[in-house]
Design a binder for this molecule. Structure first.
Ligand code: PNS
Length: 170
């Protein structure tokens, strides 16, 4: 009798600052979720940066944003990405590329990770052109000056940013 065919689950990690998650990030996550058995969205807990949202807040907003995707889970890390990948037994890093400017930084990061751990592969997904100009920094800038970000983030992220910026001006 032949043994049933089994395969190692294909686990991808989508790492980033996600301060906050935008619809551009969501587009990449939805597409990655179709390509892999599990996608772990890993929020960087970078102690040297001063983010708008705490890592717990960023994770919570990410959970709400991806609640419709059953094979997507949210986590955080404060280690080298390749060490975190080992811990999770994941082999693939997913990153979105918006413009040629992104490419140089992404190439440098992918090559560094490749050098640190040749077992790990970085896969790039082209950002949907409708979000090619979009970044978390732009979204924060617009929200800080009370502009509308309704087409750029989910309603929950919109509300969270409004609340942050109104606390800051009180
Ligand atoms: O959303 P970002 O800020 O462009 O994401 C950058 C991120 C989190 C992917 C990158 O800074 C990272 O992996 N940091 C963890 C530390 C690390 O492994 N550095 C070596 C690879 S450059």
């Amino acid at each position: 009798m032949t043994a049933p065919l089994t395969h190692q689950p294909r686990i991808a990690v989508y790492p980033g600052s996600f301060d906050p998650v935008t619809l551009g990030h969501l587009d990449i996550i939805e597409r990655a979720a179709k390509q892999f058995d599990r996608v772990i969205v890993a929020v960087l807990n970078n102690l040297s940066k001063k983010p708008l949202f705490t890592v717990e807040e960023r994770k919570e907003l990410m959970k709400e944003t991806t609640a419709h995707l059953p094979n997507v889970e949210i986590d955080s890390f404060r280690d080298l990405l390749v060490n975190y990948m080992d811990q999770k037994q994941a082999h693939v890093i997913v990153r979105g590329i918006r413009t040629v400017t992104d490419f140089e930084y992404e190439l440098q990061m992918a090559s560094t990770n490749q050098k640190l751990n040749p077992r790990i592969e970085t896969i790039f997904m082209m950002t949907n052109p409708k979000y090619s100009y979009l970044s978390s920094s732009m979204v924060k800038e617009i929200a800080r000056f009370r502009g509308s970000v309704v087409d750029l983030v989910t309603p929950e992220v919109d509300a969270a940013m409004r609340s942050k910026y109104s606390e800051m001006t009180e």
